[in-house]
Design a protein around this ligand. Structure first.
Ligand SMILES: [Zn+2]
Length: 70
């Protein structure tokens, strides 16, 4: 478990703590930020895949004629 200095009071605070136990200053949780941005990337990839699948289906639905929708 790592320690880092509180920006407000300068005391050592656990990186797992959500707030400084001394002054109550909220600590930015790096792991939480990383998982949040990771979730956003996954969401964007899912959107992109859904878009690609939709385009593929719209090409199949057009009887024999390949129309470029892009
Ligand atoms: Zn503090």
């Amino acid at each position: 478990m790592a320690l880092k200095k509180c920006k407000e009071c300068g005391k050592d605070v656990s990186t797992k703590a959500l707030a400084c136990p001394n002054c109550g200053n909220p600590i930015k949780n790096k792991t939480y930020a990383i998982s949040c941005s990771f979730a956003v990337i996954i969401f964007l990839v899912v959107l992109w895949v859904a878009k690609e699948v939709l385009f593929a289906f719209s090409e199949v639905r057009i009887f024999g004629r390949k129309i470029n929708l892009k």
